[in-house]
Design a protein around this ligand. Structure first.
Ligand code: TRP
Ligand code: ZN
Length: 904
């Protein structure tokens, strides 16, 4: 059946304030699946009862793309009607006794291109139910506050689907008896925990598993399994290790044990997002499971550790305690991102490695979430309304949400936060709750904390969208030996929120003396100094803090560790920034000082009249960069972060009017200058960091490989200017003989990015080597689609990549590797004067929307910031968005995005 959409009415807006409890509870669900790609039959037997707290009303069950065969109430046929795709039962037994409802439907998994509900990927059945996919499997109360006990029986052909998995524990399995069942078998699973239907999952196919038994502190044994396709077993060790570390960490840090006999991870190559935390049966994008040193980079290894941790930690933060409604999404996502960030940091052996992880997380926040918060899709961490919930799995809900949890930990301390988490689970285990319930538990467990004192105001972080701006200015009074820091705050209007009330902003501050040492800090009114970093909690629009006993004018280090998700405005001299870059004991601010120095130079060159300056970088800056690069004590990973210039997208956010070509040209000139001026230092860095022994994905050698990779890229850039062929030759050799993917790919991208003639051969060779490794081919496609534009050459190359025999538009990873790498991650190639990039974008959005609205809608956001663009880009972008919006049968997903984008 073609997927025709219903006639376009006005989109239904769902509002948080309209929440009402469900009219019925579902206590138990028994599901029996006869799995067949063309026509799967689903028998759904539920025990329901009326919710006594709600006026008596009809039962309305959600459904989507289902064929309904039969409905029985207590074993008897009954009358029902359809309201659109909703199944309505009006004459149900009266009173509050439980009754049995049996629904028999069929669906067509092999035609499911949206990858929501039950679908087939490479011959294996998978499900994806969050947020509203369960209704594509059977009629149900598809909302997270309806929590039920599930028993699931899977029946399928034994040869094609030898492995049959669902949530919980396997209680029975075997061959199916009787005529018509030749060659078929079954498995019956019981989940001992109640859950909302979005956590339901099944997998059926021909898979193999890496297994590991672990013993918990309680002595209970658990079986951990990582299921993959035959042939991928040699890429499962790291995911298994990450899972074991996750189990141990959650018990050690939060006292949260694994609550199942068996915990399974299954990998699929067709997946809309990263991974999904289905109870006891996590389903993952292969990108976040499969890795060995030959096919995966250090970044892949780190991402796998984070995502495995993330999904595992959801078992408590999301599954045991779930969301009352989807507006509370950050209750589980923000908290679980915070937990996976802390997990990765705790696995680091050194403070420097922890700081590197923090800097990487902040970089994501600032390059992706800040723009979202300043654009047409800006929304609070707890949104007030949506048209399509899938559009709200955003960096705001996830990453800013994690910062909001982190600030709570900062305000009550690490131990206080643990007490708060304990209270949260004591109060809410087994419940579907709200963001308010979470913050209340953290505050109640710490009654004397600033958080408890300021809770209603603190919760504005959940309700107000937009990135607050903190303005800081310092004044030193030599006569009184006092230093006064004045902080003020403001926040721009966001769509639908004109007025903003002041936030509670924890600002960690230190003061450095002329030698770069931290001063002991004593605020006026205190009798003794206390510590060298003080947490100032800004609650008013403006407040001044005075330190005493400051013998000489200090250099302030403000917002240490990025203690709040804000934009910091501070007039800092170059001298102060250079001092911080050389000495700050806070690694975050040390890195930040270098970024500010670079950003200041980039912005000056971008804003300069006439053609872009040919040498935006001065010797003071270059010398400072050289000192960091050659520093005897700093870690390689940290050096690599300092020596990487701010991203084009981050630079763009600092400007009122954005000319992507100009930004690109200036940043490239800066890179070229850094490459040439530090040539000898790059040679040194390469020689010192290129050899790292047997590959291990741990922070020290990861940092060394990153710095070696940066050095090689710089050496190829320098070679382009000088006409040198030695370094490109060495780089090509590295593509050929590297013994791990990180080094190999860094070398390949050094050639591609510098535009050297050897890049062609290197790309061809790389393709031949890895033509059977889907995840490596994704990198190969992405590198080319993200390559620096030379005279408009990237778009034609992208069109050719789409015609490549290995390109598959319906596979989200592959589509992203070409189309998103071009539209989202290659601004100078995408924003063309002839608007051809935008036309390409609108064509792809419309094309993908016909079969996978979720992926299309993510792509639709590539032009979110069109209003900031300079002409001719601005008008051309609006036209392209309008062209998408004019299409009559858009999905809700894409329609919501383009409508918001074009608003006022
Ligand atoms: N809850 C998942 C996570 O954060 C992500 C998720 C939500 C998802 N909706 C999805 C994954 C749809 C795949 C498809 O871990
Ligand atoms: Zn999550």
């Amino acid at each position: 059946m073609p997927q025709l959409r219903e006639a376009q009415g006005p989109a239904t807006v769902i509002r948080r304030e309209d929440y009402t409890p469900p009219a019925y509870w579902v206590d138990t669900v028994e599901l029996i699946f006869d799995l067949d790609p063309a026509k799967t039959r689903v028998l759904n037997r539920m025990r329901l009862r009326r919710n006594p707290d709600v006026p008596a009303q009809a039962l309305r069950l959600d459904g989507d793309d289902l064929n309904l065969a039969r409905v029985l109430v207590n074993g008897q046929g009954c009358s029902f009607k359809m309201d659109g795709s909703t199944l309505v039962l009006e004459s149900l037994p009266e009173g509050h006794e439980p009754f049995e409802l049996e629904i028999f439907t069929t669906c067509a998994p092999e035609k499911n291109t949206q990858l929501m509900g039950l679908y087939v990927s490479q011959g294996t059945f998978f499900t994806q139910c969050e947020a509203e996919g369960f209704r594509r499997i059977t009629y149900f109360l598809d909302r997270p506050d309806v929590m039920a006990s599930y028993t699931v029986t899977l029946r399928a052909d034994k040869a094609r689907y030898p492995v049959l998995l669902s949530n919980g524990n396997l209680v029975e399995s075997g061959d199916l008896p009787g005529p018509g069942n030749e060659g078929r078998h079954f498995a019956k699973w019981v989940d001992p925990h109640k859950k909302p239907c979005y956590l339901f999952a099944l997998v059926a196919g021909n898979l193999v598993a890496r297994e590991q038994r672990v013993r918990a502190r309680s002595g209970q044994e658990h079986l951990l399994q990582v299921y993959v396709r035959q042939g991928d077993m040699d890429k499962t060790e790291h995911a298994m290790n990450s899972l074991i570390h996750s189990v141990i960490w959650d018990e050690a840090r939060f006292g949260l044990p694994l609550d199942l006999e068996r915990f399974m991870i299954v990998a699929t190559s067709d997946f809309n997002m990263g991974a999904m935390e289905n109870k006891g049966l996590n389903i993952f994008n292969t990108k976040y499971v499969l890795a060995n040193s030959a096919t995966a980079t250090d970044t892949d290894f780190a991402n796998i550790e984070s995502v495995v941790g993330h999904e595992y930690f959801h078992n408590w933060t999301g599954n045991r305690v779930t969301c009352r409604d989807w507006f509370q999404l950050s209750l589980k996502e923000g908290l679980t991102v915070f937990r996976d960030q802390e997990f990765s940091m705790d696995l680091c052996a050194t403070p420097s490695a922890r700081a590197v992880k923090r800097i990487e997380d902040v970089r994501v926040l600032r390059t992706a979430q800040f723009p979202e918060d300043a654009g047409p899709m800006a929304h609070p961490v707890r949104p007030d309304s949506y048209v399509e919930i899938n559009n709200f799995y955003t960096v705001t809900v996830y990453e800013k949400g994690a910062e909001v949890v982190r600030m709570q930990q900062t305000l009550v301390g690490r131990e206080g936060f643990r007490r708060g988490m304990d209270l949260y689970f004591q109060r809410h285990d087994g419940q579907a709750v709200t963001c308010d319930d979470f913050a209340q538990a953290i505050a109640d467990a710490n009654p004397d904390s600033d958080l408890a004192r300021l809770l209603p105001q603190f919760k504005r972080w959940y309700s107000q969208a937009g990135t607050p701006r903190v303005h800081a200015s310092g004044h030193y009074d030599a006569a009184t030996q006092r230093y006064t820091l004045t902080l003020s705050q403001s926040c721009e209007a966001t769509p639908g929120q004109a007025e903003k009330q002041p936030f509670v902003i924890p600002v960690a501050v230190g003061l450095l003396d002329a030698q770069g040492q931290d001063l002991a800090l004593q605020l006026v009114g205190e009798t003794v100094p206390a510590g060298t970093t003080r947490l100032l909690v800004l609650t008013e629009p403006q407040h001044s803090y005075t330190f005493e006993g400051v013998a000489t004018e200090p250099v302030p280090s403000v917002l240490r560790g990025f203690s709040a998700p804000v934009l910091l405005d501070m007039a800092q001299s170059d001298a102060h920034l250079l001092h911080l870059l050389a000495h700050d004991s806070d690694p975050f601010n040390r890195w930040e000082a270098g970024q500010r120095l670079a950003l200041r130079r980039a912005l000056a060159a971008i804003r300069a009249e006439g053609p872009a300056p040919t040498a935006p970088l001065d010797n003071a800056f270059l010398d400072a960069m050289r000192s960091v690069l050659r520093h005897p004590a700093l870690d390689a990973a940290f050096k690599e972060l300092v020596l990487t210039l701010p991203a084009e997208s981050y630079i763009a956010e600092q400007l009122d009017v954005v000319d992507p070509q100009r930004i690109h040209a200036v940043r490239e000139t800066m890179r070229q200058q850094l490459a040439n001026a530090l040539f000898d230092d790059w040679v040194w860095a390469w020689e010192q960091h290129k050899d790292n022994g047997a590959y291990r994905p741990e922070p020290v050698s990861t940092g060394r490989r990153a710095l070696a990779g940066l050095a090689l890229g710089m050496l190829c850039l320098a070679a382009r200017d000088s006409g040198d062929t030695v370094w490109p030759g060495k780089t090509y050799q590295r593509v050929k003989d590297a013994d791990n993917m990180t080094d190999r790919f860094n070398a390949l991208s050094a050639l591609v990015v510098s535009g050297h003639a050897l890049a062609r051969d290197a790309l061809a060779r790389f393709h031949t080597l890895f033509k059977n490794e889907a995840l490596v081919l994704d990198k190969w496609f992405a590198l080319q689609a993200g390559a620096p534009d030379r005279g408009g050459n990237v778009l034609p190359a992208v069109r050719q990549l789409l015609a490549h025999p290995d390109f598959h538009l319906k596979n989200p990873n592959r589509a992203r590797s070409v189309i998103f790498s071009y539209c989202n991650a290659n601004p100078a190639a995408f924003h063309r004067e002839d608007a051809a990039g935008y036309v390409f974008w609108s064509d792809r959005v419309l094309e993908i929307d016909t079969f996978n609205p979720q992926v299309a809608s993510r792509l639709a956001r590539a032009l979110d910031r069109w209003k900031k663009l300079a002409e001719p880009y601005r008008s051309a972008a609006r036209e392209a968005i309008a062209r998408v919006a004019a299409k009559p049968d858009l999905s809700n997903d894409v329609r919501e995005v383009v409508t918001r984008s074009l608003a006022d």
